[in-house]
Design a binder for this molecule. Sequence first.
Ligand code: GTP
Ligand code: MG
Length: 288
Amino acid sequence: MGFFDKLKKLSIFNTYKELDDDFYDELEEALILSDMGMEPSLKAVAQLRERCQNERIGDTEKAKQVMREILADMLTVGDKRLILYSQPSIVLFIGVNGVGKTTTIGKIGNILKKEGKKVMFAAADTFRAAATEQLTIWAERCGVEIVKQGEGADPAAVVFDAINAANARLTDVVLVDTAGRLHNKTNLMNELNKIDRVIKRECPICSKETLLVLDATTGQNGLIQAKQFKESCGITGIVLTKLDGTAKGGIAIAIAQELGLPVKFVGMGEGIDDLRYFEADEFVKAFI
Ligand SMILES: Nc1nc2c(ncn2[C@@H]2O[C@H](COP(=O)(O)OP(=O)(O)OP(=O)(O)O)[C@@H](O)[C@H]2O)c(=O)[nH]1
Ligand SMILES: [Mg+2]
């Protein structure tokens, strides 16, 4: 079974045979419903119309190929790989409650470890004791180290400890879990800034990524969240979770088009292997 097989496909290319106005109208509608957003949907369909006219394409089977190319192009923004130039490199995971931050760290820790990297988790979600416990279970599952403190500890102090431990143990990558937050909660946003300051002070040459984790099923709301986080946190990429069983895959294209941010990872389930680096070609094949 392919990685994206649980994503619900747009069926329109199979229900129509000819490229008439009805087809284009319905395609537009299907893309908008998939959370691709109004403007990107109109743009994609306009491009498809133009190319099919110029290249004298008359059937939906060929048009499907062209559409895949158009969407793959629209998805190609920024650097899709994780940038891990220094030792250690730091990756911060942020996002609202319940989107899948902690689970994603477990899955990415597993991938990086398999790539031969020395990985460490930093339990900087000190808000609830259960958060640290959850990350500890993932650390055991992947066989990576974890740095933690007690409930209510200063998250920036956990990051400080983790950087020092990573320096001492020649760790390659530190994955930092943070508490779920809203962009408009000032104290939580200040907490992120404090973490950033500690990283800059303790590891000025460190390469740092800030990944915003978004739940695909929240669709256009997720996009609004992302816009607001982007303004205040310097996000370098997106992890799109919970794409399994949803027909809302268009959100990946909306993110690329409207935020100019690359989707770096996608989550398709709760298991340790249900996360991958994002591959645009593979994704669009599953999507249409
Ligand atoms: N179906 C599905 N479930 C997922 C995926 N990723 C995470 N989950 C589930 O989503 C729920 C929340 O995941 P967490 O990792 O705890 O989310 P979080 O963002 O750390 O949550 P807080 O720490 O409370 O803010 C869990 O039940 C996960 O198993 C995914 O890709 N697909
Ligand atoms: Mg969590």
